[in-house]
Design a binder for this molecule. Structure first.
Ligand SMILES: *Cc1c(COP(=O)(O)O)cnc(C)c1O
Length: 385
């Protein structure tokens, strides 16, 4: 196999720590659906799904049918997959055939789903997503009753697997009034279903933030993404947790990802010369620079130009000049024994130094999720202990 210019290591121990943390928070009777959209937030669906299955996870959520198909290729036979977003009509028979659960948020769709299920002589596994105030997807409330009646009448082909909704911003205390409103609407719908004696197998509302900070949203399933990868959903949620456990800080979550490359080349630059494109960086003294074999097309944010750093020999090496499409340069003048091929850490630990994802996402106003989910799927992923 031809070698790629960088590599990602994924820690099985860190994942176990994070999922244990979620289990402990939500309690043993709540099922955890592991959210693996966006290529498992950049970690890679293919390695991540089996890693999570090893810790006991048997339900995965994705944003699209295309991603569901990726999970299908690497999951155990009894593991469930749920599509929360785009599923084209033409793929509905495929989803039913493969027992993939999917969100429904238009009554108009029910007829076609029913016809497809009848043709295949197989049940469609439906999660009815209701509108509670986020105004993205969600069944309008005035279509709720007729949708439920339709499912009841066609029980042989339509399985009421879930009732769900999504909270728009449980991460931030400033949206609390809005979240409270959404939670109340959802609660009323659950009560309505109980009075109709039409109870789905799962009721789910919470993503990571709500699962931690709003206990009444846990019902019997939570859909957790960001937290299982070792990141607090927001500072508000982290402080909420600290208050709950009465601590000043808590490293309860562990980053799973480490992103590495190695030095491609070394060169001497004399004082007064410029490095790379344009005049963004001019050497003030004679220096040694190391060339990195990757750039913004490989997921390294261009906004790190002239401001980020990498770790070499456990020491910070500052980026000099612009991040190019496939290259960037760092200052290694302070490392006497540096050689071509030496390991470079872009995210993660090396000896006693660490580069956190937040250490560069904060300074360039990039979301952790945004940076991670842009890591190209072509970068090879390795599972480590
Ligand atoms: C992304 C997503 C989640 C997971 O969100 P996190 O904040 O990463 O836990 C849950 N539900 C839906 C509908 C989502 O789109």
């Amino acid at each position: 196999m031809v070698r790629h210019s960088s590599r990602i290591e994924l820690s099985q121990t860190a994942l176990k720590t994070n999922l244990n943390f979620v289990h402990k928070k939500v309690g043993p009777s709540v099922r955890i659906s592991s959210v693996v959209k966006a290529n498992a937030y950049g970690h890679g669906i293919d390695p991540f799904v089996p890693m999570a299955e090893k810790t006991g996870i048997n339900h995965f959520s994705v944003a699209s049918a295309h991603e569901a198909n990726e999970v299908l290729q690497c999951k155990k036979p009894d593991t469930s997959v749920m599509i929360m977003g785009i599923l084209y009509d033409e793929d509905i028979p495929w989803a039913i055939e493969n027992e993939i659960e999917f969100y429904v948020f238009n009554f108009d769709r029910m007829k076609f789903i029913l016809e497809s299920a009848k043709k295949l002589n197989k049940k469609a596994l439906l999660h009815i997503e209701v509108e509670t105030g986020a105004n993205r997807t969600g069944l309008p409330l005035d279509e709720f009753s007729k949708t439920i009646t339709f499912i009841k009448r066609n029980r042989n082909y339509l399985q009421f697997e879930g009732l769900c909704s999504h909270l728009g911003g449980a991460e931030s205390d400033s949206s609390k009034f809005k979240i409270d409103g959404q939670v109340k609407i959802f609660k009323d719908l659950v009560r309505d279903l109980k009075s109709k004696k039409c109870i789905p197998n799962y009721i789910h509302l919470a993503s990571s933030a709500a699962a931690l900070a709003y206990p009444e949203t846990r019902y019997n399933m939570v859909r957790t993404g960001v937290i299982q990868y070792g990141f607090w959903p927001s500072p508000d949620i982290y402080y909420h947790h600290l208050q709950e456990v009465g601590k000043k800080s808590d490293r309860a979550l562990k980053r799973i990802i480490t992103w590495k490359t190695d030095i491609m080349d070394l060169r001497s630059v004399s004082a007064g010369q410029f490095i790379g494109y344009g005049t963004a960086f001019q050497a003030q003294t004679d220096m040694t620079v190391a060339v990195m074999p990757l750039g913004y097309s490989n997921g390294y944010p261009r906004a790190q130009s002239n401001r980020g750093h990498v770790l070499i020999h456990g020491k910070k090496s500052p980026i000099t000049g612009l991040i190019n499409m496939n290259l960037f340069m760092v200052d290694v003048s302070h490392l006497p024994d540096v050689k071509v091929g030496d390991e470079v850490v872009m995210v993660g630990r090396q000896k006693n130094s660490v580069i956190r994802v937040s250490s560069f996402t904060e300074s360039i106003n990039l979301l952790n999720n945004e940076m991670l989910s842009r890591l190209p799927s072509a970068i090879p992923r390795y599972v480590v202990k």
